[in-house]
Ligand binder design. Structure first.
Ligand code: PLP
Length: 825
């Protein structure tokens, strides 16, 4: 373990010795009295648990003070609703933020245990698929770091995202079991349990306009709280995850009659709700269980926050003054209907008053414009599962459409384009429209994405609510992604930019003044080399492939998806392989192509792409002629902890999505902050990275979003596209003909035929432009002084992508809560 970035304040030697002694005693006490283990027989797992429990006590002190303070002062609080929180490990992050990394490592060393060696025993909390879930985790930490009182609400899945194993080049999914050794971070709150209803019927009462919903089925949502500590341990936020429990876990009468299955049927049905995270990304899940999950956590969260508010203030009309609810995508969009139900049915408010409160409280973040990815649910399913909510949605829709019809120019509006109900595909509820209409503010996650929201998918709604859509470009927490993941670089930055850089990451701009200095470059090269050595070890351990740390590490790590275009990357890799073989004596820049990422289990094309990458790796890595110039690696089981190792070791960051399809990306920010150069399209936040680092320090290629749209309206003939890219035909023929799958020659026939039939993601269209961009990368790499100058400028100008900046924007422009300003320095 290295020294932590938080320990800027020098303490006396005696003080730090005291601290280490105290920590030692705390850890041994946990081991002895909480785990019942004697230090002499404790296993590594016991030690990690003991450390976590000891550190958790420090976190809890901050947490209770922070929560108590915001409660006492009646401050407005943010509730962040997200079906996913991709947290990863928490120990290193907590130690780093508390400034305890060094002291705890020392305490453990005194006890004869190497903390660095056992930290990896903590399982990754993988309660998310990718960027959307990781964003939620970064934001909870950033809210703690900027002093925004907040609670994240989600589901405590028994099984997070599957573990990926590569077997014979193919992805195999293995269930994930992060709770198998319990979760030492969490607190179960049996007292915070809510009843969640499903099905049944709605009946009118004697009172005119009043109805009661009699659910057919009720399950309990039980809260589990985890504190999230902010930078320097000043404040903490709460992650509250809901677990589903049956009202009657065991039907004794059934059991007594010998019906063992029937005795636990209700329990199984209830507990299925929080059993497993749906492995999906950018394609909605249509199953009923998913809708049950969405309603389950949304209802529990709203009941919880409304009860807390009512207890404190005894009234609900001031809810928008005290509560901001952020919907992370449409998964919690039912919050709009559930809030109306709570206010109207349970608290007896008039519809109009309830609507004012609902709309004044909720805001919504959109994460995708891909039409196939926009969530809709059949009206018939919604009526069966949530009859009262369906009525409310119809009520919202009727009033909304009526208002538009009667407004000036309303006769010109095509109502079917704005309705909450899509009538063209067999009556479905458009969740994005529900979220949009029910929110006071709707945001996109990059400048391009927010503009496209206004111009495309949401154009009709935008015309009616021209002030509703705004942009907040995504951000990443620099604590995890720079200070903790790259302590070597952090130390250098503190030397060059001053110790204040860890409190205000934007101070790294001071690095730019030194961008051309050889001495700086030499130190950066050495920091990177150490990280590449470490990654090379991991690669060898995981795949058996030996790579040279002196080669250019060219990295694409993210979910496997057609729009992210790993296929474009591997096809270009094949072209490069061919080129090296045909001119083996040229001075090719040695490269290691590194891929990692999971494919949704039902996404056949994505799985074929993984297979192809592994097949190409197998051929290339065993070819003697290219041995020291090109290696291809697919690292299995991409997750947060893998990203923390890979990103600081990357020279080149592949951000090559089809323009207009990647809403923002956050991987791109992590790489650039750590000094990798980006090769990318004009998509998502790549554009804003380019604006900050300048055109000379990013390698841009390919069609723009507008050109992609035009090409879709009026496609060029495939044969013409292929002819205009000199190397493409040969690559496609080789793949389709089985050159990389000799034992199953038709393995990629469909994949290639699909590309030729319909190049929806512009892989063929962008191929030549991408290939030439890669040769520009070669030239830049050959000139190491220029390369490192660009690298310095990337780090220096990417402090803006801190999640603290994003959170301050949300706080000021959307939530209207005060955030601690960045320290001046
Ligand atoms: C940052 C991150 C992502 C998002 O990566 P993109 O390249 O923006 O898609 C996905 N998964 C993990 C584990 C991450 O850390």
């Amino acid at each position: 373990m290295t020294e932590t970035a938080a320990e800027a304040k020098p303490t006396s030697a005696a003080e730090s010795k005291d601290l280490v002694e105290t920590l030692k005693a705390e850890i041994v006490r946990k081991l002895t009295y909480s785990l019942g283990k004697n230090p002499s027989v404790a296993q590594p797992h016991d030690w990690v648990t003991a450390v976590i429990l000891a550190v958790r006590d420090h976190v809890v002190d901050v947490w209770q003070r922070s929560t108590h303070e915001s409660y006492q002062t009646g401050r407005k609080r943010v509730y962040y609703l997200s079906l996913e929180f991709l947290i990863g490990r928490s120990l290193a992050d907590a130690l780093n933020n508390l400034g305890l990394t060094g002291p705890v490592a020392q305490a453990m060393a005194d006890l004869g245990v190497d903390l660095g060696a056992i930290e990896t025993i903590e399982p990754d909390a993988a309660l998310g698929n990718g960027g959307l879930g990781r964003l939620a985790a970064c934001y909870l930490e950033a809210m703690a770091s900027t002093g925004v009182p907040a609670l994240g609400y989600g589901i405590r899945y028994d099984h997070g995202l599957f573990k990926q194993v590569i077997d014979g080049g193919k992805q195999v999914e293995v269930p994930e079991d992060w709770l198998s050794f319990r979760n030492p971070w969490e607190f179960e709150r049996r007292e915070s349990a809510y009843q969640i209803g499903f099905g049944g019927s709605v009946a009118a009462t004697e009172k005119p306009g009043e109805v009661v919903w009699e659910p057919e089925e009720t399950v309990f949502a039980v809260a589990y709280d985890t504190p999230v500590i902010g930078w320097r341990g000043r404040d903490a936020t709460t992650l509250r995850l809901w677990r589903a429990r049956a009202m009657h876990p065991l039907k004794l009468d059934a059991f007594n009659q010998g019906d063992l299955v029937g005795a636990v049927a209700e329990r199984n049905r209830a507990e299925a709700i929080s059993k497993v995270l749906y492995p999906n990304d950018s394609t909605p899940v249509g199953q009923e269980l998913r809708l049950r999950q969405e309603f389950f956590f949304t209802s529990a969260s709203l009941q919880d926050l409304v009860r807390r508010h009512y207890r404190q203030f005894g009234r609900l009309d001031n809810l928008p003054d005290k509560v901001a609810i952020q919907l992370n995508d449409t998964h919690p969009a039912l919050a709009v209907a559930e809030m109306m139900r709570l206010l109207v049915d349970e608290h007896g408010l008039a519809w109009e008053d309830a609507w004012t409160i609902t709309n004044g409280t909720i805001s919504y973040t959109n994460h995708t414009l891909l039409p196939e990815a926009l969530e809709t649910w059949p009206v018939a399913l919604m009526e069966r599962l949530l009859p009262r909510h369906m009525q409310i949605i119809f009520g919202i829709n009727a009033r909304f459409l009526d208002g538009v019809r009667r407004s000036a120019g309303g006769d010109k509006v095509e109502l079917s384009t704005i309705s909450l109900i899509d009538e063209s595909h067999g009556r479905r509820v458009r969740m994005a429209h529900l979220a949009f209409v029910g929110s006071h503010t709707v945001n996109g996650v990059s400048a391009l994405h927010s503009r496209l929201m206004q111009e495309t998918v949401f154009a009709p709604l935008h015309a009616i609510f021209p002030d509703r859509i705004t942009n907040v470009t995504n951000g990443i927490t620099p604590r995890r992604w720079l200070l903790s993941a790259n302590p070597g670089l952090t130390k250098l930055l503190q030397e060059v930019c001053g110790p204040g850089v860890s409190d205000d990451i934007t101070q790294i701009h001071k690095l730019a003044a030194h961008s051309g200095e050889t001495a700086l470059h030499e130190r950066l090269v050495e920091i990177r080399r150490q990280k590449k050595l470490k990654l090379a070890q991991v690669i060898r351990h995981e795949t058996g492939v030996v790579v040279d740390p002196a080669a250019l590490f060219d990295v694409q790590i993210k979910r496997i998806h057609e729009y992210k275009r790993q296929l474009l990357n591997i096809l270009e890799t094949i072209a490069l392989y061919d080129a090296i073989r045909s001119e083996p004596y040229r001075d090719w820049a040695p490269r290691v192509k590194i891929f990692a990422g999971k494919a949704a289990s039902n996404y056949g094309t994505a799985k074929a792409i993984i297979n192809l990458i592994n097949d190409v790796a197998n051929v290339v890595n065993n070819d003697i002629t290219t041995r020291d110039r090109l290696k291809v690696v697919f690292l299995p089981n991409y997750n947060v902890s893998a990203a923390e190792i890979i990103i600081p070791a990357a020279d080149l960051s592949e951000q090559i999505s089809t323009a207009g399809m990647e809403a923002s990306g956050t991987g791109n920010m992590k790489f650039a902050l750590n000094g990798a150069l980006t090769i990318g399209t004009l998509d998502g936040a790549n554009i804003e990275i380019g604006e900050r680092v300048g055109a000379d320090n990013i390698v841009i290629f390919g069609m723009t979003a507008e050109e992609v749209e035009a090409a879709k309206r009026d496609p060029r003939p495939t044969e013409e596209v292929i002819r205009s890219a000199p190397h493409l035909e040969g690559v496609l023929d080789a793949v389709a003909g089985g050159a990389y799958s000799p034992r199953e020659r038709d393995r990629y026939q469909d994949l290639v035929a699909g590309l030729r039939a319909n190049d929806w993601f512009m892989v063929l269209n962008d191929f030549e432009s991408y290939r030439q961009a890669q040769r520009r990368v070669d030239a830049l790499w050959a000139d190491q002084a220029s390369w490192w100058k660009s690298s310095v400028i990337n780090t220096a100008h990417c402090g803006w992508f801190s999640a603290d900046r994003s959170i301050r924007e949300y706080a000021e422009r959307i939530w209207h809560v005060p955030a601690r300003p960045a320290p001046q320095g």
